[in-house]
Design a protein around this ligand. Structure first.
Ligand code: SF4
Ligand code: SF4
Length: 286
């Protein structure tokens, strides 16, 4: 069972929900796809870490073969190539490794070399297998790292896998949710929170994924995010209260369900609700 946790922006509580659901489940897999700023590992503090570098292919030119026709420059939609003076320049940071320039080069002057763009790590925290992807600063895209993280997890399709997605709704998020069974959208109780919720709401609809909402930082009184859900008949999976104690534990890097009975109960109920939603979806599609 693959479950993605999304939010329209950072700081909404996506990692709080992801980490605590995985910890509540016990034997499970946590995958941190927030490759620009992964922080789930700061909570899990995994042991026995194994690391793998992630490479992409970058064009490199053999100047003796290049006749300066500029066909490759005209082809590259990312402006990652320029011909200045008598030399072709490759801007590696903005190259998306599509390989097209190699195909259009009539003299076979372009070949490929490997470039490290980041790494993935795997470790263990109690019964949770923790996967983390980290993209090097300044790289064009984290998609190859996310693909590698998710490809590794296809080997364990029967285990509960919680995917902590990047914030927002860009292509890197789409890559993270494309094969999941269910999406959890985390929302804050403000008008800005509704704006962010609407972004991921539109995304999961576009991908035709079953989903529900977790309302975070709930206070007494009107909750615009809750109103948004009720007006659209969106399933509310659970409510996490605004609580100084929770804030303190979370900002100290503690996994709240491992420290506090009240939160153990809240996340256990949430996990049960999600499992039943996923089963209902599977039954209605069979
Ligand atoms: S591989 Fe693609 S993105 Fe990179 S320089 Fe060539 S055409 Fe541009
Ligand atoms: S297409 Fe090939 S020959 Fe033409 S400028 Fe590019 S590298 Fe040189």
């Amino acid at each position: 069972m693959n479950i993605a946790v999304l939010s329209g922006k950072g700081g909404t509580g996506k990692t709080l929900v992801s980490v605590n659901l995985a910890a509540t489940a016990g034997e499970s897999i946590y995958v941190d796809c927030d490759v620009e700023e992964p922080n789930g590992h700061l909570f899990f503090r995994p042991q026995d870490i194994k690391e793998e570098k992630i490479y992409v292919k970058i064009p490199t030119v053999e100047y003796e073969l290049c006749d300066g026709c500029r066909k490759c420059v005209e082809f590259c939609k990312f402006n990652a190539l320029a011909y200045t003076g008598k030399n072709l320049i490759v801007f590696e940071e903005i190259c998306h490794s599509c390989g097209g320039c190699l195909i259009v080069c009539p003299t076979k002057a372009l070949t490929e070399k490997d470039k490290v763009i980041g790494k993935i790590q795997k470790g263990v925290s109690r019964q949770v297998v923790v996967h983390t992807g980290t993209m090097n600063i300044g790289e064009a895209s984290g998609v190859p790292i996310i693909n590698k993280l998710l490809e590794k997890n296809k080997k364990d399709p029967n285990k509960l896998t919680i995917i902590d997605c990047p914030p927002g709704s860009a292509c890197i998020v789409m890559e993270s949710i494309k094969d999941v069974d269910y999406c959890i959208l985390v929302a804050e109780p403000t008008l800005f929170g509704v704006h962010n919720l609407n972004m991921v709401f539109e995304l999961v609809q576009l991908f035709n994924k079953p989903f529900g909402v977790v309302l975070n930082k709930c206070l007494k009184g009107e909750n615009p995010a809750e109103k948004f859900c009720l007006e659209r008949n969106i399933k509310i999976l659970g409510r996490i209260p605004f609580d100084d104690e929770l804030g303190r534990m979370n900002s100290s890097g503690n996994i709240v369900v491992r420290e506090n009975e009240k939160y153990k109960f809240i996340f256990s109920s949430l996990l049960e609700m999600i499992k039943s939603e996923v089963q209902n979806e599977a039954a209605s599609n069979s």
